[in-house]
Design a protein. Structure first.
Length: 94
């Protein structure tokens, strides 16, 4: 005997206690399963979102409206006040 007291095995937090080892392994397994379930749910939801039809997103609605006004030759007083003498340039496209 080394003459030192070994009391850690009697403590509830002892890492060498068989019950604690089993509890840690069980908790790690449950956490892995939870993460796998969460990942599979995210994959399923992202695959559903990926296959949904996406509408056209118009990033420049003012430019499109200005192009339509220029091609049709219509204008109004509100447009003249907003443009301050600078005409919008048609962007081409359809």
């Amino acid at each position: 005997m080394s003459g030192r007291l070994i009391i850690t095995t009697k403590k509830s937090y002892c890492p060498w206690n068989a019950a604690n080892v089993e509890r840690v392994l069980r908790d790690e397994r449950l956490e892995r399963e939870r993460l796998e379930r969460q990942q599979s749910e995210e994959d399923q939801s992202s695959s559903k979102r990926r296959h949904e039809p996406q509408g056209h997103i118009n990033l420049f609605p003012e430019a499109r409206e200005a192009e339509i006004r220029l091609t049709h030759g219509t204008s109004n007083n509100v447009e003249k006040k907003n443009c301050n003498g600078i005409l919008p340039v048609p962007l081409g496209g359809d």
